[in-house]
Design a binder for this molecule. Sequence first.
Ligand code: LFR
Length: 481
Amino acid sequence: GGAVRVAAVDLGASSGRVMAFDVTPGRATFVEAHRFPNGPVRLGDTLHWDVLGLYRGVLDGLRAAGPRLDAVGIDSWAVDHGLLDADGALLGNPVHYRDRRTDGVPEAVHARVPAAELYRVTGLQVLPFNTVYQLAAARGTAQLAAARRLLLIPDLLAHWLTGARVTEVTNASTTGLLDARTRTWSADLVARLDLAAGLFTPLVEPGTEVGVLRDHVLAETGLTGPVPVVAVGSHDTASAVVGVPAETGDFAYVATGTWSLVGVELDRPVLSEAGRAANFSNELGVDGTVRYLRNVMGLWLLQECSREWGDPDLGGLLDAAAAEPGLAAVVDAGDPAFIAPGNMPTRIAQACARTGQTPPSTPAAIVRCVLDSLALAHRRAVRQAAELSGRRVEVVHVVGGGARNRLLCQLTADACGLPVVAGPVEAAAYGNALVQARALGVLGGGLRELRELVRSSTGVVRYEPSGDARAWRAAEERLTG
Ligand code: LFR
C-alpha cells in the first residue's frame, strides 16, 4: 500500500524532461516539473553533447519536483558515454552518436571479429554508432589511453548525483559488448577488440538502488535526504516498452520519437542468422525480457526537413500532407544514409530518384513521403519481428511523441493491417517511474501489472486499419525490388 513521489528524468535527443510522479497501487499521475532543450554542439570537426548543461537541467528539474522525493530514476538515449580518467574526472565532452567518426568503422571492426560472430553473442543490429564502433573510432587517441572507466549517459549522471559507478543492463545491451544470453559483459569480445576490461563497471538490473544523492546535490536542489537513485530501464526505449499499456502479450510496439523502435517483447534472445540478415536487435528489457526490435529512422526525417524549411507550423504541414495522394513515393526509413544531419529534403528526393520514383517536390508531398515511408517501415519490422520470433501480434502499440501524430498512427494501422493503440506520449517516463515505485515497494507484480496501471492511468486512441492492403505491398516491393 501507500503512495510515493518519484522523479523520472527522461532525456531525449532534442529535450530533457523531469516528471514528478505520484504513484499509488491504483493510479499514477504526473506533472512535468521541468523541460529543457538538448541538442548537438559542433566543436571543430566533432559533434558533441553538452553534458554539463544536461546535468544542470537535471538539478533544476529535481528542485522543481521537490522538496520531498522518495526516489529518482534516469533514462536517456543509448550508446553514448563519458570516459573518466584515473582521478574520476570526465575526459572531454561526450561525442554525439550522429558524429561521423564512425563512418567505415563497422567494416574495420568486422575484419577483426566477423559480424556473424559478434551477432551470435550480442544479437545487436549493426548501427555505426553502437558503442563498440565508437570505441574503435577512438583507438589510439590520448583520451582513450587515459580512460579508466566508461559510463553511459544515465549512469554518468547517476555517478555525479551519488558517486556510484555502475552500468545499468538495458542500456549496456546497446554497446555491442554484452552477451545477450547471460546479460553480462562479454570478456571475450572486450579482449579481442583490445579494450581494457577495467573500463566496464559492474552491471545492475533495473530496480536496483545504486546510491543516494550526495550532500551537495541535496543542498543545491533543496531536497530532504536521504533520496535514493534507483536504476530503471535506463535506455529510454526499455522504459518506453515498460510503459506500453498492453492487455495481453500478443502485441508489437512502435516506440516513436527521433527514432522508431519497432518490435516485440520476448523471454529470451533470438540470435539467428535470419534475424541478423533482417537487422534485428536483441536489446535487453526490464524483468529479464528481450526487446526484439529494429531501429528505423523515425520522426528525425520530419524534424530535419522542418529545420531546413525554417520550422513552419507543424499542424498545417501535417494537414496538407494528409490531403496529398498516398504512397506516391517512399524511401527506406531504415537506411543509415539518413543518420547524419543536414539537407534532408534533398537527400529524400535523391533516394526516391535512385529507386526510380518521381521525387516529391513540395513540403506537403515530402512530409507525406516521410510518413508513408515510416508507416511502411513499421509494417515491415512488425511483420518480420513476428515471423522471426514466432510471437503472435494482434495489436500495434504506438507510444512516445509519434502517438500524437494522427496521420502517422492511421497510416501505421493501414500499413500493418492491424489496429493501432496510440499513447501514452510519455511512455518512457511512466516506465521509469513505475519501476522506481515497485522498487520502493508500493507496487507489486510483473510487467503485466505495471502495464495495467499505465492503462488505467492514461487515455489511449484506437485506429482501425483501413484502405487498400495491396497498395502497401506494392510500395514495399518498390523498395525491396
Ligand atoms: C531512442 C534511442 C534508440 C537508440 C538511439 C540512439 O531515443 O535510445 O533506442 O538506438 O536513441 O541512442
